[in-house]
Write a protein that binds this ligand. Structure first.
Ligand SMILES: Nc1nc2c(ncn2[C@@H]2O[C@H](COP(=O)(O)OP(=O)(O)OP(=O)(O)O)[C@@H](O)[C@H]2O)c(=O)[nH]1
Ligand SMILES: [Mg+2]
Length: 457
């Protein structure tokens, strides 16, 4: 995007569609001048107060009556002069008002341009700017809390804490490079190594929050698999608390992939019920089985439903082809087959197994706990505050790059390489942390981030 801070930009800030009130936002050096060309008001326009008046079209005709709010730089969302019009929330009306504002000298804003300006003017760092869109898109209470915590600077603070000791270490080493040995005490290699190890374990701890952060931000895809008649559709219905999928005593009931979303312990979950896995009896079923298997890769978690009243050998065969790290087993029909639990536990050794009954609903709550825990990457990972979770692939990749640079630095110290080389790697690790908060982020990356925003934000 051609970012020119001398442009004054404008966009409809409220959602598309009909609403009680619609807000149009103008930002840039000429915001007030542009606004007053299409707003007639009797009294003075005071800053940070709503003033009532008429909104005028290009020929001076009245388009609407409403309020104008003036927020002069730097105390505004973007840090620039900002003016808002609050008028009736009709889509056509709002387009006409925006047209009048553009006619008066503003340029229509691109996606995320207001937030991009807020970032460039230092009102928000990059993780906070990214959190703005996460707040808008949040579907569940935990997702929202996590985004809110990031907007409040939770993740940035965490990254800052990782960075500070590295900056200190680098400063010391650079001083060593500038002075002779008599003038300054050099750090012993063991001390540099131990500082690097400490930093690396901090980065690893932060990285371990990615599974939960991502699941909260993007939603977790949960695939229900199992042999015909095991009770997959019954489990889907119980989790949704509605009769969504057809359940019959006949094996081969479900043919298509049935997808539904639900909130599980505050986490957004996309559940996929599938056709039972077996040598299909007809072509439709065969397609269903293929579709089910095709979803394994994209699933964040697999619930494999086994039937406690049936023989487990078929299950074991299918399970051998599934990724065990992301598979949990729901041993179903507990109401009929409780005496076979220990047999099931032995047969499914190496997997997490929860005995359940989709009919009596016994075991469903423990199953939900396990799904949540697995999605978050284990119990320990769940302890991090929601606002400090690593939630996006961009953040994860920066941390991985940081870790690689720290490992290189450690290797260089161990190999007795010159301090300049160690310093270069430490500098790179600091740079990767800086990319997370946007201190060292290229224009291209900013383009990618802000292009995913809506216009008007
Ligand atoms: N007693 C008992 N019956 C169950 C339980 N869960 C499912 N059933 C019964 O098992 C039969 C099959 O259930 P479904 O949910 O249709 O099984 P499915 O795995 O979706 O089957 P397909 O779609 O054919 O692969 C139905 O008659 C259900 O009522 C359970 O926990 N206890
Ligand atoms: Mg089914």
């Amino acid at each position: 995007m051609k970012e020119n801070p001398s442009d004054t930009i404008a966009a409809i800030a409220t959602a598309q569609g009909e609403g009680g009130v619609g807000v149009i936002r103008i930002s840039g050096p000429n915001a007030l001048e542009v606004a007053l060309r299409c707003f007639s008001v009797k009294g003075p326009v005071e800053e940070r107060r709503l003033v009532y008046g008429s909104i005028l079209g290009p020929a001076g005709e009245r388009l609407d009556v409403g309020f104008l709010a003036w927020m002069p730089s730097p105390r505004s969302y973007t840090g620039e002069d900002v003016v808002e019009f609050h008028c009736h929330g009709g889509p056509l009306l709002l387009r006409q008002v925006l047209g009048a504002i553009v006619n008066a000298g503003a340029r229509p804003a691109g996606p995320g341009e207001f937030t991009r300006r807020a970032f460039l003017n230092g009102k928000l760092d990059l993780t906070q700017a990214e959190a703005v869109i996460d707040i808008i898109r949040a579907q569940t209470s935990l997702s929202l809390s996590s985004a809110r915590g990031r907007l409040e600077g939770g993740l940035s603070r965490k990254v800052g804490l990782l960075k500070a000791p590295l900056v200190e270490l680098l400063a010391h080493m650079e001083a060593e490079l500038d002075f002779t040995e008599e003038e300054i005490d050099g750090l012993p290699p063991e001390e540099i190594s131990s500082k690097l190890t400490e930093a690396a374990s901090g980065v690893k701890r932060l990285l371990s929050t990615f599974a939960e952060g991502r699941a909260l931000r993007e939603g977790l895809k949960v695939l229900i698999l199992g042999r015909p008649n095991a009770g997959k559709s019954s489990l889907l219905n119980v989790l949704l608390q509605e009769e969504r999928a057809i359940v019959t005593p006949m094996p081969g009931t479900t043919r298509d992939v049935i997808e539904e979303t639900l909130e599980l312990r505050g986490m957004p979950v996309r559940l996929m019920d599938t056709a039972g896995l077996r040598e299909a009896a007809d072509e439709v079923e065969a397609i269903g089985v293929r579709l089910a298997k095709g979803r394994v890769e994209e699933a964040g978690l697999i619930i494999f439903v086994a039937d406690l009243t049936a023989d487990f050998s078929g299950d074991i065969e299918i399970l051998s082809g599934l990724p065990s790290a992301k598979t949990v087993i729901a041993a179903n029909k507990l109401d009929l087959g409780s005496e076979k639990i220990s047999e099931a536990m032995a047969a499914f050794e190496g997997f997490d197994v929860v005995p359940i009954s989709a009919t009596s609903e016994e075991g469903i709550e423990p199953l939900k706990d396990l799904i949540f825990e697995k999605a978050a990457g284990g119990k320990a990972a769940l302890e991090a505050p929601l606002g400090e979770l690593v939630a996006s692939i961009r953040h994860r990749d920066c941390l991985v790059k940081c870790l690689e640079a720290l490992e290189r630095a450690k290797g260089a110290v161990a190999a007795g390489l010159p301090r300049e080389l160690v310093a270069t790697d430490i500098r790179a690790s600091i740079g990767s942390l800086g990319e997370i908060t946007g201190e060292t982020t290229s224009e291209d990356i900013l383009d990618i981030i802000f292009s995913s925003f809506c216009i008007g934000k």
